[in-house]
Design a protein around this ligand. Structure first.
Ligand code: PMP
Length: 288
């Protein structure tokens, strides 16, 4: 059975779920989105994702034409229809179809798209042995140009960095900001561990306010670890004891090599493993 996709609350077979070629989401990357996980049929951190979606939309003067509670209901309903318990949800709100010009006033209603699918995690070997990543030469968007806090459909910045990573044989790439500080990876936030303390770039480094990032910060503090949100350089990352990435799809994934430098022992470290265990306990075993 083909999965159903919801467009403005109407269900279509996956192959028949289509929107206009005049949609400004397609023509200009004009829209916002969320990537979420479900565990046991429930969306993890749904309220936080909806908060971020509404904030992203507000930042680009896009009014989402549906009530939050109704959108949450539609997402859970679609998971049920598609028989997905542990899965991935892509929520997209486009500006809608308009003319070929930029003027958003000439667009019709925003389109609300919900896709649910099986989760495509990184291959298991990377969770066991750790990832190798490189620093991309493409820097993260300058926040005065397009704030990385906005999860917009315009991901070209990250795609260019991702291609650089792939061309270097790596499935993720680290991105710096315009000041040369570490920002994040193309689809994940970044953390390091040094002398038992946890460090991650602050939001004003120009990063997405990751929901997994915030969950991991809270878990680490509850575990008695000190967490610093402070500016990091490539040097800090190269000389860290441990490094890991966080994201809704990836969850927590260890990094063991960056720019051809071995991180710590070259194996996923104890703090990364502890936090991963806690994250699994939170998502797999506890009522969300
Ligand atoms: N940074 C970027 C650029 C992202 O696209 C994502 C989400 N894929 C993340 C970080 C992780 O955010 P979250 O934990 O909310 O999925």
């Amino acid at each position: 059975m083909a999965f159903k996709v919801s467009i403005n609350g109407e269900l279509f077979d996956k192959e028949d779920a289509k929107i206009s070629v005049y949609d400004h989401g397609l023509l200009y990357g004009d829209g916002v989105f969320e990537g979420m996980r479900s565990y046991g049929g429930r969306v993890f951190r749904l309220e936080e994702h909806l908060d971020r979606l509404w904030a992203s939309a507000k930042a680009i003067w896009l009014e989402i034409p549906i009530a939050r509670a109704e959108l949450g209901r539609q997402i859970h309903e679609l998971l049920k229809t598609n028989g997905i318990s542990d899965g991935y949800i892509r929520l997209v709100v486009t500006r809608g179809a308009g003319t070929l010009g930029l003027d958003p006033n000439r667009t019709s209603n925003p389109q609300i798209i919900i896709i649910t699918d099986h989760i495509a995690l990184y291959p298991e070997e990377f969770y066991e042995n750790g990832l190798e990543i490189v620093t991309a030469s493409t820097i993260r968007n300058h926040s005065a140009a397009l704030s990385p806090r906005i999860k917009s459909l315009n991901y070209l910045n990250n795609i260019l960095a991702k291609i650089e990573g792939l061309r270097a044989g790596c499935i993720e790439a680290m991105m710096l900001n315009h000041k040369g500080e570490v920002a994040e990876c193309t689809g994940d936030n970044i953390f390091i561990v040094r002398h038992g303390s946890v460090y991650t770039p602050p939001l004003d480094a120009g990063i997405l306010d990751g929901i997994t990032r915030q969950t991991v910060i809270t878990l680490a503090r509850e575990e008695g670890l000190t967490v610093h949100e402070s500016a990091l350089t490539k040097y800090d990352v190269y000389t860290a004891d441990e490094c890991f990435l966080t994201g809704s799809a990836a969850e927590i994934i260890p990094v063991v090599r960056i720019d051809d430098r071995v991180i710590g022992s070259g194996r996923p470290g104890p703090v990364t493993r502890d936090l991963t265990r806690l994250f699994h306990e939170l998502t797999r075993h506890v009522v969300l």
